[in-house]
Design a protein around this ligand. Structure first.
Ligand SMILES: Nc1ncnc2c1ncn2[C@@H]1O[C@H](COP(=O)(O)OP(=O)(O)OP(=O)(O)O)[C@@H](O)[C@H]1O
Ligand SMILES: Nc1nc(=O)c2ncn([C@H]3C[C@H](O)[C@@H](CO)O3)c2[nH]1
Length: 210
């Protein structure tokens, strides 16, 4: 991982993206790129009525992610590590899941205009966890707008992530099952960091099942 200067972390809701991104910056130094979720004015409405607010929610996410990426990679980094708690392509995973066909066609046009101008990570970490683990974490975190998040939606999202990463080959990929990984425990953190440091190319799976 010596030369991984840009790491992007992704996975379904509650997988631990922000937690791991913070940890990597804390332990390895560098800068954190966290997506501005709370700033999306359509997100709460989306969870009340997904069909009604899907398109607005998605366009807002797409444009704000694009702007954030542009700003970041125009800056001189002096080779410092950058850790993002999302992969730009995640926007498309959510879009495909939530938009109607005619909306998706329009969305795809905008995405293809923007997507070609995004920096490619040196390493992508895909976090997975069992369904009940994701649900428990989301419940414990207690974001008001996620209170009524339907298990079927979370399940469909996890499947869409699996399908996407099954075909992913744009960057070295590390798939981590976090169901039995306690990111608050130093021993677990050390073990994961060692795996990340060692991973150079291709696809690797890390599942510290107990
Ligand atoms: N490996 C883990 N072990 C125990 N708790 C965890 C683990 N990963 C995350 N958590 C907890 O689960 C909750 C969700 O984690 P986090 O916010 O990092 O997920 P996320 O993938 O960034 O979610 P979102 O998609 O909503 O942004 C937090 O309360 C966090 O402390
Ligand atoms: N509709 C939709 N499209 C996205 O691109 C997207 N990205 C994240 N989210 C939701 C998941 C979490 O509740 C919360 C934090 O990740 O925001 C999204 N929702």
């Amino acid at each position: 991982m010596e030369r991984a200067r840009y790491i992007a972390i992704d996975g379904p809701i509650g997988a631990g993206k922000t937690t791991l991104a913070n940890l990597l910056v804390e332990r390895l130094g560098g800068r954190l790129v966290a997506e501005p979720v709370e700033e999306n004015p359509f997100l709460a409405g989306f969870y009340d009525d997904r069909r009604k607010f899907a398109f607005q929610t998605q366009l807002f996410f797409l444009l704000s992610r694009f702007q954030q990426q542009q700003t970041l990679f125009q800056q001189d980094l002096f080779g410092q590590l950058t850790v993002a708690d999302y992969l730009f392509e995640k926007d498309r995973i959510f879009a495909a899941l939530n938009l109607e066909a005619h909306e998706l066609a329009l969305y795809e046009q905008v995405f293809s205009l923007l997507g070609g101008r995004i920096a490619r990570p040196d390493l992508v970490i895909y976090l997975q966890a069992r369904q009940e683990v994701l649900q428990a974490r989301i419940r414990r975190r207690g974001r008001p707008f996620e209170r009524h998040l339907e298990p079927e939606y979370l399940q469909a999202l996890a499947k869409a992530y699996n399908d996407f990463f099954f075909h992913y080959d744009d960057a070295p990929l590390l798939v981590v099952n976090t169901s039995d990984l306690d990111l608050a425990a130093e021993a677990d953190q050390d073990a994961l960091l060692a795996v990340i440091r060692r991973h150079k190319s291709g696809v690797q799976h890390y599942n510290p099942a107990r």
